[in-house]
Design a protein around this ligand. Sequence first.
Ligand SMILES: O=c1ccn([C@@H]2O[C@H](COP(=O)(O)O)[C@@H](O)[C@H]2O)c(=O)[nH]1
Length: 236
Amino acid sequence: MNESRICIALDFQNKEEVKKFLDKFENEKLYVKVGMELFYGEGIEMIKLIKERGHKIFLDLKLHDIPNTVKSAMKQLAKLDVDMINVHASGSVAMMKAAIEGLEAGKTGEKRPLCIAVTCLTSLDQEVLDNELLIHEPLEDVVLKWAQNAKAAGLDGVVCSPLESRVIHDNLGLDFLTVTPGIRLASDSVNDQKRVTTPAMARELTSSYIVVGRTITNADNPVETYKEVYRQFQGE
Ligand SMILES: O=c1ccn([C@@H]2O[C@H](COP(=O)(O)O)[C@@H](O)[C@H]2O)c(=O)[nH]1
């Protein structure tokens, strides 16, 4: 099975839970996402364990600070040799350029990890932009502008919802990655997400990668649910 465009969010508390989950997939090579919950709990050892098992890793720490701090942090994180890493686009073009400089300075081999920028979190909608963040532009325009900034800074793509994937690809090209959380099967609860689609819709809307957490990790049968997500995203 070609799993590489489906990224499973390993939002677990500790390595025992992760091992139990990964064991269900036996010899399947996965693309997994390690976020704040797991990395703050288990740290670098968790990354090593997942890599030893041969899985690809998106390290989702969403860096957001002044350029100098982000550059130094990325130099350290580059040593972990993960496949993908990220920052917040709202940190500015200067901050995103600094992230790339840090990754280049710290990389262990020829290639640095892919670096992508979070645009508007998939838990936000127009109402939050307008009333809490005082951003009065249409959400899609904000996402596109921040994606343009990310590309100008030399990043490889963005995190957005599948709903903005097509406008980004139309404007910035298909090679510019859209990594899209906010994925739910039709029968799922949306939980705290606001901008969601099914895997089938994400495929139609040109998502480069989909990020899937609770739909798979909370399923009665995570392997079967993963296969269902895979079938939909492949258009089978
Ligand atoms: O805009 C964003 C950025 C990151 N995420 C992360 O993706 C997963 C989604 O989990 P679900 O359980 O499928 O909702 C989670 O780890 C988030 O931190 C996001 O949802 N939206």
